[in-house]
Design a protein around this ligand. Sequence first.
Ligand code: AMP
Ligand code: FE
Ligand code: FE
Ligand code: ZN
Length: 287
Amino acid sequence: MIDLHSHTNESDGTFTPAELVDEACAIGLEALGITDHDIFAGFDQALPLARERGLDLVCGIELSTRAPFGRGQKTVHMLGYFLDGGPSDGFRAWVGRLLASRRERNIRLIRSLNEHGVEISLGEVEAMGRSLTGRPHFARVLMNKGYVKSTEEAFRRYLAESAPSFVERDSPVIEDAIREVAAGGGVSVIAHPVRLGFRRHEEEEHFIAGLAEKGLRGIEVWHSDHNEADTARYLALANKLGLLKTGGTDFHGGNKPGLKLGTGRDGNVSVPRVVLDELRERAAVVR
Ligand code: AMP
Ligand code: FE
Ligand code: FE
Ligand code: ZN
């Protein structure tokens, strides 16, 4: 069993890097990918612990990017995997700048929530996380203060793109992210493509094929949000376009209740081991 998509409490998960390594060993994972949003601190801390325990740890990151779509823009989550010695210093510096833009978004989000009648301060949300504050931390505070009953309700009413108090984040365009990941020694993969929300499969295929032309290297085929039909479709699409395949649960601990590391929701994620071998074999080969 392998799981190439997980988050620690250095981004918006609730497990410390050490707890995540413990859990991976306890359930008998052969390989674990840590893919925190905009930060490598979780991976950096987990690496020596994983080495001690004989767990194959894969270095990853999850980036929020923008892509043109119709007349507007779509937010696209992109995974970067660094199979060979980790990311370059240049890439780490680029990611550090993304972290700064996130803080600026958080200041505006606080202001917007205040304008929508929610009494909440930056200090309160920042206290929920470590180096990075994300919307799941806002959701926690909204719950603790009794504004909402669940994470879902927090997003629906206040934090999701469709909510009146939502604020846009200054994120890189996907071409730039693909280029930066490649220059930093990594492989770029489109994360949980089902969340792009395409109604027609031909449009979805056209969009992903366009990204492949811009240098995208893979598709996340297995994911806790994918049903059997989604997984089959993305597997076929990856094969058709000659893209790499990855997969993982997107484990966030208590910030995504009901999801188990390694197997997702009721065992709906089952990533073949060979996927990681192919990723390593082809990581260095530029298409
Ligand atoms: P941020 O990166 O701070 O903009 O927050 C995005 C994160 O919020 C995602 O990576 C998910 O972990 C979480 N998230 C986004 N939408 C939802 C939702 N509808 N329900 C629960 N969590 C969500
Ligand atoms: Fe997240
Ligand atoms: Fe994501
Ligand atoms: Zn994720």
